[in-house]
Design a protein around this ligand. Structure first.
Ligand code: G3P
Length: 227
């Protein structure tokens, strides 16, 4: 399961990347609104930091298919390889996806997914990823984890290459549940990312090991001080 960061604050992204294995960054218009200004200033800085190898997902905001396609080309032209254009999984979005696939151009992520059938259609339209919104689905009275797992199963049973990139989490337990069923990817806010491994028992176990070592070796001593 790949781990991506769902945020556009460069300093937060840098902090997470320093400590964790990160496959890329996802953004959406709401995330970009939190930064403000020219969105490409923000996105180019993120791309420069990530390099060409890591994924960057950026959403098109046009309402009609032809404009979505134009936006998609513009986004990839400015942000380069490994940029996935997020396209809402709805009729105009499906039309845009089909155009992009016909021209075999640009990889895209079907987004705003609340139902398995949206993901299935997007997969048939050639989406590289489908992004179910786990927590938002829960808040509608349905089960976001079940929807994400159903989508994964639909892709497997129908021999589709589309991968699930689950989004919208409220806690690390939801992430664990998807990890257990081998979901392809999740994208997490910095808070949830840090919460994946946040446990005072781990911290105190490590502290006891260090203080036991120092009790016989001396303060601040490590294995480097011995041959
Ligand atoms: O990009 C969509 C997804 O990240 C939404 O997350 O937390 O706003 O529900 P959230």
């Amino acid at each position: 399961m790949k781990l991506l960061i769902d945020d556009a604050h460069l300093e937060e992204i840098k902090k997470i990347c320093e400590f964790y294995p990160v496959a890329g960054v996802t953004t959406n218009p709401t995330i970009l609104a939190k930064i403000g200004g020219n969105p490409f200033d923000t996105l180019k800085k993120i791309r420069n930091f990530l390099g060409e190898e890591k994924e960057l997902h950026v959403q098109a905001v046009s309402r009609c298919a032809e404009k979505i396609v134009e936006e998609a080309r513009h986004i990839v032209e400015l942000l380069g390889a490994n940029t996935y254009v997020k396209i809402p999984a709805m009729p105009e979005g499906f039309k845009a996806m089909k155009i992009l696939v016909e021209k075999s151009e640009i990889p895209f992520t079907a987004t705003a997914i609340y139902t398995p059938m949206q993901a299935f259609i997007a997969g048939q339209c050639g989406a590289s990823y489908a992004a179910p919104y786990v927590n938002r689905i829960d808040n509608m009275g349905f089960n976001g984890l079940t929807v994400a797992r159903d989508i994964q199963q639909i892709f497997e049973k129908n021999s589709m290459e589309t991968e699930v990139i689950a989004a919208s989490f409220k806690n690390s337990q939801q992430v664990l549940e998807l990890c257990k069923c081998g979901i392809s990817a999740v994208t997490l806010s910095p808070e949830i990312f840090i919460a994946l491994v946040k446990n005072s028992a781990i911290d105190s176990a490590v502290e006891v090991f260090i203080s036991d070592f120092e009790s016989f070796a001396g303060n601040d001593k490590t294995m480097l001080d011995f041959q």
